[in-house]
Design a protein around this ligand. Sequence first.
Ligand code: BTN
Length: 262
Amino acid sequence: MLQREKLVSALKGDFFKGNLVLLEEAASTNLTLKELAAKGAPEGTAVFCERQSAGRGRLGRSFHSPAGEGIYLSVLLRPRGELTQAAALTSLAGVCVAQAIEDVCGLAPGIKWVNDVQVGGKKVCGILIESVIENGVPAWLVLGIGINVNNDPSAFPPELQEVATSLRAEAGQPFERERLAAALLDRLEESYRGFPQNLPLIRQECRRRMVTLGQRVVIRSQEEGGVFLAEDIDEQFGLIVRDANGERQTLRSGEVSVRMAP
Ligand code: BTN
């Protein structure tokens, strides 16, 4: 079980410190946090759990969440102004995860558009942002982050064997989850405090780490659509791709995902 004292003493910032919820098990921390938000939980509430029985991924997928090996975290945010900034916030979170992993584990993570964090070409982290609707309008954002920390990848389900890894496997040593969780919360706090003015900086860091750029990609929902060249990310963090005829289009994160072309 994540130890509260270790986590609190490693945390530098205050934003999340007073609102940490540590659970043994949840269906999904995103779901738990949505329920807490409906009961009046404050911004900055952060829910961790040891295992998820129904961890959720993007586009209706599940997220493999075995006990005691990963970080399964959801934080409650209420950005000023438009909540249509969800795509930008997911990218902000991807950058924060990559930086925290680099700080604590000494690895050099990349970002696969839209927000999978990878090490050695394989996924170590997924991010899922969901909004909470109140009186018909989005009132809160729940930012969910799942990181494979100390997993043995040979125990991953077959569909993840080729595409996912863990920090332990990549670094050849286990990591204290509390240290990584604290580094991540501190990075999130700092970036969120600077949001949205810091978006140009986030975009710059995102592009620097984006393993997708310059690569040939296939759009998963329309595989018959052929192969595209991933060129850049735009100011809303959409992926700009060019097809064989030189036609450009911009992909939005809520709609599609891409895989590297063979
Ligand atoms: C993806 O890879 O498609 C996104 C995965 C997001 C997983 C995290 S784990 C904590 C939070 N709770 C969930 O049910 N999902 C997110």
